[in-house]
Design a protein around this ligand. Structure first.
Ligand SMILES: NC(=O)c1ccc[n+]([C@@H]2O[C@H](COP(=O)([O-])OP(=O)(O)OC[C@H]3O[C@@H](n4cnc5c(N)ncnc54)[C@H](OP(=O)(O)O)[C@@H]3O)[C@@H](O)[C@H]2O)c1
Length: 242
């Protein structure tokens, strides 16, 4: 039986490593990037199909999904690794006085709304008889119940919204594509561009390589059952509070 995967946000970091590890367990990996000058472009495999996609642009999502549909009618893994914590102009807010509506909108656009749009358009490719996974990388700091430290308003709130979008998707998918398991996953602090400015106080044993993170997350994914659809898991398989 042939199987296919889609990794969204695969230019670097956790997404790129998902591509590498999924190439070992599936027959075809579709992987998305924004700029062609990225680490993904250095990967060479006849089983890899790179697709250009800015996930905040719904028209681009439609085009990318149409390209996949022209080649296959079934995906078995959809792994969404798109996320932002900081970029040149954007820094996580330490205090209310740092809040700015444009930046907050950007967090929600990239970290929350784009995942819901992906769920909307990828749905037909998950309507099949085999077990499939739709996993989005969230973050423990998006847990409302677990928030003891404060700060990072936009990132936290956008990941909490992401969790709600995926929980709601799971309920609809139960009806429309009942063999798809929808989850959000916390990867643990992982050595990527995203965590680099904040690694100073992270003990070495708690800073994972991308290889370790993805092996751990695939381990969690392998254990998932239908009843887990709509849940939020940490890298070690424990369930996280909303
Ligand atoms: N690293 C950690 O410690 C950690 C901890 C908790 C959660 N996470 C989550 O893990 C996920 C992966 O992050 P990472 O650590 O691998 O960071 P990363 O290396 O910065 O990767 C982020 C990915 O998201 C892509 N992206 C950003 N905006 C996009 C957009 N509008 N459209 C399409 N792709 C877009 C980036 O593409 P470009 O290369 O084009 O920018 C990149 O591929 C994120 O959701 C992050 O919040 C990470």
């Amino acid at each position: 039986m042939s199987s296919a995967a889609l990794v969204v946000g695969a230019s670097q970091g956790i997404g790129l490593e998902f591509v590498k590890q999924l190439l070992d367990r599936t027959d075809q990996v579709y992987a998305t990037y924004r700029s062609s000058e990225c680490e993904l472009s250095k990967l060479n495999s006849p089983y890899l199909k790179p697709l250009q996609l800015d996930l905040t642009d719904e028209a681009q999502i439609e085009t990318a999904i149409a390209q996949i549909k022209s080649e296959t009618s079934e995906l078995h893994y959809v792994i969404n690794c798109v996320g932002v914590l900081h970029d040149g102009a954007m820094q996580p807010e330490k205090s209310l006085r740092h809040l700015n509506a444009d930046q907050l909108l950007q967090y929600f656009q990239i970290n929350s709304i784009s995942a819901a749009l992906l769920a909307k358009h990828v749905q037909p490719l998950l309507k099949h008889q085999d077990r499939s996974i739709f996993a989005t990388i969230s973050a423990k700091v998006g847990s409302i119940g677990d928030n003891q430290l404060g700060g990072w308003y936009g990132y936290r709130a956008s990941k909490a919204a992401l969790n709600m979008f995926m929980r709601t998707t799971a309920i609809e998918y139960r009806r429309t594509c009942p063999n798809a398991i929808v989850v959000t996953l916390h990867p643990g602090t992982t050595d990527t561009r995203l965590s680099r400015p904040f690694q100073k106080n992270v003990p070495l044993e708690k800073l994972f390589s991308v290889d370790r993170t993805v092996r751990q997350l695939l381990g969690v994914i392998d254990q998932l059952e239908s009843r887990n659809s709509g849940e939020f898991f940490s890298w070690d398989g424990t369930k996280l509070p909303w």
